[in-house]
Structure formats: C-alpha cells, structure tokens
Design a binder for this molecule. Sequence first.
Ligand SMILES: *Cc1c(COP(=O)(O)O)cnc(C)c1O
Length: 388
Amino acid sequence: MIPYGRQSIDEDDIRAVEEVLRSDWLTTGPKIAEFEEAFAGFVGAKYAVAVSSGTAALHAAMFALNIGPGDEVIVPPMTFVATANCIVYQGGTPVFADVEPDTLLIDPEQVENKITSKTKAIIAVDYTGQPCDYNALWKIADKYNVALVADACHSLGGRYKDRPVGALALLNAFSFHPVKHITTGEGGMITTDDPNLAERMRTFRNHGITSDHRQRENEGSWFYEMVDLGYNYRITDFQCALGLSQLAKLPKWLVKRREITESYDAAFREMSGIEPLRVKSDVVHAHHLYVVRLDMAKLRTERRTIFQALRSEGIGVNVHYIPVHLHPFYRNRFGMAPGLCPISETAYERIISLPIFPAMTNTDIETVIDTIHRVICRFLSTNDKSRS
Ligand SMILES: *Cc1c(COP(=O)(O)O)cnc(C)c1O
C-alpha cells in the first residue's frame, strides 16, 4: 500500500537523536532553544516556542490570548478536530465559518458574517498547505479588534504574497506529527513576534511555572513560582535534535512535494471526473496534501466505492476532513447539525486525498496516476469516457 503520507528518517536523524540520548539532558536541555531559534529563523518570526504536539501548540495559543468561557472563536469546519478542540479546552465556543468552494480555505466573507460582540479570535487553517487570504482576514481582525491565529500545521514552507507562513498571523501553530513536513514523532511549535505572548506560552507548557529546572540549576536556586494553570506540554531534547536535523532537509522535501503535485496536475488535467483544488496566484503552496474532488455527476457511483477500489489496488487514499461540526461531540455539546456549513458538507462528499510524501519514487507516482485513471474510467458514463 502506498500511504497518503509518511516520514523520511535517515542516518543523520538517527545519529542526532543518539547523540542526545548519550548526553546529560533528555528533556528541556540545550536542543530545545537551538530548534526554536532555527525554526523562528526559517519562518522569519521573532520567537518560536516548542511544545509536545500541534494540539498543544493550538491550546497554548488559545491560552496566551486569554480565551475563556463566553468567548467565541471562528474556525473553518474543513480541518482536523484539534483546531476547534483547543477553543473548547479553554471553555470558549467554536463558531464555524464556511469555506470557499474551490480552495476549501476559510472564506473571509463568511468569517465577517459570524463576528459578534463575543468574538475574540479567528483561527485560519492553511488547508492542504495553501495559505489563506491573510490580507482579507487581517482587515476583519483589525476592524473588529480580534486576534488572528494561523493553524499552519499543513503549510510549513509556504508563502502568502511576499511573506512566509509562520509570520502571517499573530500566533502560528505547527505540528511535527510523522505525516507533516518535518517530524519529531509527536511535537509542535508556535511562532510569534510578540514577546509577551511567547513568554505566556513558555510558562503554559511547563505547568504555569515561570522558570525551568535548568535555569534554576544555573542560578543555584530551588525557588519557583506557579503563576498560571499550565500543563506539561514540554517536548524532549532528543525530539528537538530530530527536529533540527529534519528542518535542514525541509527545502529539498518541499521541492519534491512540488514535483509530485506537478505530475498529478498534468495527469488530471487530461482526465474527466476528477478535479484538483484551485491554487491562488499570490501564494506558494506547501503541498502537505493532494486533495481531488470527484465529479459525482459524471461518475455513476459514490465516493465510498471509488475510495475502496483505490484502497484495494494498493493506493492508500484518505479523506481530509469530516467537517468538524458534524462530529457527535459538537452536535451534542453545541447543538450543531448538517446545514450549518453547506459548502464544507458538500465538498466532504466528494474529496479524496492522494499519496504525497518526499520518499515517493517515480514508479509510486506513476502507479497512483495509472490506478486513478483505471478506477475513474471504470465508473465514468460512456459520454465522458470518450473524452478521458
Ligand atoms: C496535524 C494537525 C493538527 C494537530 O497536530 P498534532 O501534532 O497531531 O497534535 C492540528 N491541525 C491540523 C490542521 C493538523 O493537520
């Protein structure tokens, strides 16, 4: 089975981790700050705070912004559940704004429609790796005095106009899960230019305690103060050594992801019944996912049939995502129901994510294209088949 995504780990990575395992610091050692600095440098942000997952990064962002009971935060439904869950962790209420039909990115017009006196923040999700329309979102954020957060878990290495992802919103959250651009096993990062928010998140990841054990050891002191209710969201030193080693390879992996995308684009331009998402002209796409929309009018079947046919032929397709508001938790807790975000709901019925990861061989890419072609042709009506 060719999976939809997977990590690339080489001997360099293994050596980097091994070196830390032989050192004095397994957790909260020198590699944390080193990784944070390298990451902040890569994305052009002043501060980076490393945490134990992308979910912890989003939670830290909501904490830093003081999201609490009675506050509303606007999010798109076309995302992983963690984007909305982080609001609920803080006692806030997620408000879903629908997406643009051709990019499946949060639609700024829908965001403005959802603003109320309770709105405190907007979380934009750079779905599949394409940055959202940050100029339009900042205009709304400034007009209503709400914070703009980027869930950039898909878009490391992307750009919007002349600015890199990681420096586009007030707070920018990343994940280092193995399917993402770089991995630390589990891990995450938040970038910002605001020193106070960065400090709040550093405290938050360490139980709300204002100093870490290395600082106390250096100062020869036992004293510490807990000023907030934080969590243990620390990342380990050996994970950060892996992150540093992976970050060095990110540029070449981004090129590979682009090449895979170009091969798919060229092949699917000629095919009927299948349609890639639109990419805007003012962005550099980071190509985390390759999502296609099936044309259910031309294909005389359901998405499920095509999904299963591709799986049984060894193509590890996936679906990103089930709209978050349709999950039982959101229906039960917040009374959400189908019809709330019709564009996301309709898109969900016809999307499939194809394999894309740097270790894919040319044979893998050809196998995916050939199999898609064969499976799609099997279900096309005869009219459309003649064009395919
Ligand atoms: C992966 C992901 C997350 C969560 O990251 P974890 O590291 O798995 O906690 C959040 N949002 C989006 C859009 C993601 O893709």
